[in-house]
Design a protein around this ligand. Structure first.
Ligand SMILES: [Zn+2]
Length: 72
């Protein structure tokens, strides 16, 4: 049984999107649920990777609002 995520606003099936961006030498990854019907975005997790000299710094954060997950 697979799980699908429903939009908490309009109950449409949400898509899972991964987006990668770069700024000032650091790389940022966003993973979020996107509702094609009402354009609602719910951040699932994001992390920023920064190279600081020899060290690689990873900052991780997680979204607090969750979609409704149901089995199909
Ligand atoms: Zn929606």
């Amino acid at each position: 049984m697979s799980k699908i995520a429903l939009c908490p606003r309009c109950k449409t099936e949400m898509r899972y999107v991964t987006e990668v961006g770069r700024s000032n030498g650091s790389k940022q990854v966003f993973r979020y649920y996107y509702c094609p019907a009402c354009s609602l975005r719910l951040l699932d997790e994001s992390f920023r990777v920064t190279i600081d000299g020899e060290a690689v710094v990873i900052r991780f954060s997680q979204g607090s609002r969750r979609p409704i997950v149901v089995g199909r």
